[in-house]
Ligand binder design. Structure first.
Ligand SMILES: CC(C)(COP(=O)(O)OP(=O)(O)OC[C@H]1O[C@@H](n2cnc3c(N)ncnc32)[C@H](O)[C@@H]1OP(=O)(O)O)[C@@H](O)C(=O)NCCC(=O)NCCS
Length: 456
């Protein structure tokens, strides 16, 4: 490896990457960037009970408790299908399914409750072992699924209502609510609920930031014919990100290419995102550390589903120029931004996007492609009247996405006063030598800007 004309040994290079004392500094910085972001946010976890017999399951619970310790509000919804199957088998009670839905008979219902309570007990034990307090409760009102096409589903039910206040009280007290797949109707009749539907209902009711489906699959396998998988996804075989439009297309045109449980998960994730849950993640809980990587790393694993958070962002048009100049001016006056004229802006307008609400530009930024799969992010500006609402983060993440789709590997930027904001959004300080040669030559030492970069 070459650096400043000097040879660096492979060991030194590795240490430089790992940081002082061999710590993975890059990863540690990334984690710090996310720490405050999720304080008091609600994360709902639907956990497949098949994982409970896996050797690493206790580590998964330990990681969930770690999230709680940094201020995330955790709700657990354990799946109980396999536990219920086991109990039914032990007591030799037959149970039939129709399209993956159990028909819960009068005879089976007590055993369904026993199966459900076995998984909640396992969770309580593991939470206690890790210094957290889980609490199981009846916070869900249910109703009968009823008779469909002549088939009576008996004790199989649907979620009618979630008692948000009661769950929030538990969260406020630092407890971890565990919501079993059993619900009661107004007159006390019990119903067997689908845990995935239950998790979505709870995430929607609590306005969760994240909903996790943790199972034994890595994610949603790529459907190549759909045409929206990028090169990275094609090589791993799993979608990394799907938005509502892509999810709808998968269900409409490529439904037969999905396994039935993936079809159900995509539909549920779309439902959750459309109702305001920021992100839905499908991850494989049998892999060590996967949850923390998903939360604390911009790379992520598994498949993440998100609503179109970019619907207010579009390419800039000539008619936006006066508005762009208007929102830039206060920052130019403060010496944060370089002065641009309308002509200069018009010449590079193709690089610019605006975040526009009705007729008002709230923010803008430019992305300029350079050779060697590099791109420059610049002039990221949010109108002072609208800062602190996530607009800057959305513009940055939109342009990083755009860069990735254009085949860019590294996005860099120069900043004098805003490095902390960009570091919170995944950028790291890098040496000037990372810049393309023409920009290194044009670097203004009087301005003394920091150089930051991120891999996309
Ligand atoms: C930096 C800027 C784009 C952020 O826009 P925004 O819409 O307020 O950003 P978001 O709402 O997504 O994020 C807000 C978070 O970033 C932090 N932040 C905002 N400006 C920051 C700055 N200059 N330095 C460090 N952190 C900053 C806020 O404190 C807030 O933190 P919180 O979530 O813990 O409360 C905006 O403040 C701005 O236009 N600044 C001046 C122009 C500039 O410096 N541009 C960069 C040069 S390329």
């Amino acid at each position: 490896m070459e650096g400043n004309g000097k040879k660096i040994s492979a060991k030194a290079a590795r240490q430089a990457q790992a940081g002082m004392g061999g710590f993975p500094m890059q990863a540690i910085r990334e984690v710090f960037g996310y720490l405050r972001r999720y304080r008091d946010h609600v994360f709902v976890f639907k956990i497949d009970d098949l994982l409970m017999s896996k050797p690493l399951f206790s580590l998964l619970i330990k990681d969930i408790v770690l999230l709680q310790k940094i201020g995330v509000r955790i709700v657990l919804v354990p799946g109980a299908k396999h536990s219920i199957d086991k109990v039914l088998k032990t007591y030799k009670v037959n149970s039939t399914m129709k399209d993956d839905v159990r028909i819960t008979t009068e005879e089976a219902m007590p055993l369904v409750k026993l199966g459900a309570s076995n998984v909640t007990n396992t969770l309580i034990s593991l939470l206690t072992e890790n210094g957290a307090n889980g609490v199981v409760g009846n916070w869900v009102r249910a109703r009968a699924m009823g008779v469909l096409n002549g088939l009576d589903y008996q004790h199989t039910g649907r979620v009618e209502k979630v008692d948000v206040n009661l769950i929030n009280n538990m969260l406020e007290d630092g407890l971890i609510p565990i919501v079993p797949n059993i619900g009661w109707n107004l007159v006390g009749k019990d119903y067997n609920l689908n845990s995935s539907e239950l998790a979505v209902a709870i995430a929607k009711a609590l306005r969760a930031t994240k909903l996790f489906f943790i199972g034994g699959d890595t994610g949603i396998p790529v459907v190549a014919e759909a045409g929206f998988a990028d090169a990275g996804e094609k090589s791993t075989g799993f979608f990394s990100n799907l938005d509502l439009e892509e999810g709808a297309l998968l269900l409409k045109d490529f439904s037969s290419s999905l396994k039935s449980d993936h079809r159900e998960l995509v539909a549920l994730a779309m439902d959750a995102c459309a109702a305001g849950v920021d992100r839905v993640h499908f991850i494989n809980g049998s892999l060590d550390g996967i949850l923390l990587q998903e939360v604390f790393s911009s790379a992520g694993h598994g498949t993440m589903f998100y609503a179109n958070q970019y619907d207010k962002i579009r390419s800039a048009k000539p008619s936006d120029i006066p508005e762009i100049l208007r929102i830039m001016q206060p920052y130019v006056d403060d010496g944060i931004l370089v002065q641009r004229s309308a002509e200069m802006l018009a010449a590079e307008l193709d690089n610019f996007v605006v975040f526009k609400v009705d007729a008002t530009v709230h923010g803008c930024a430019g992305l300029k492609l350079h050779p060697d799969k590099k791109a420059e992010l610049y002039a990221v500006v949010v109108d002072g009247a609208y800062t602190g609402q996530g607009t800057g983060r959305k513009i940055v993440s939109y342009l990083l996405d755009k860069a990735r789709k254009a085949g860019v590997k590294n996005v860099f930027l120069l900043t004098t006063q805003t490095s902390d904001f960009f570091m919170r959004n995944g950028f790291r300080e890098v040496p000037l030598t990372v810049l393309p040669a023409d920009l290194q030559a044009a670097y203004n030492p009087d301005r003394n800007s920091r150089v930051l970069a991120v891999q996309v």
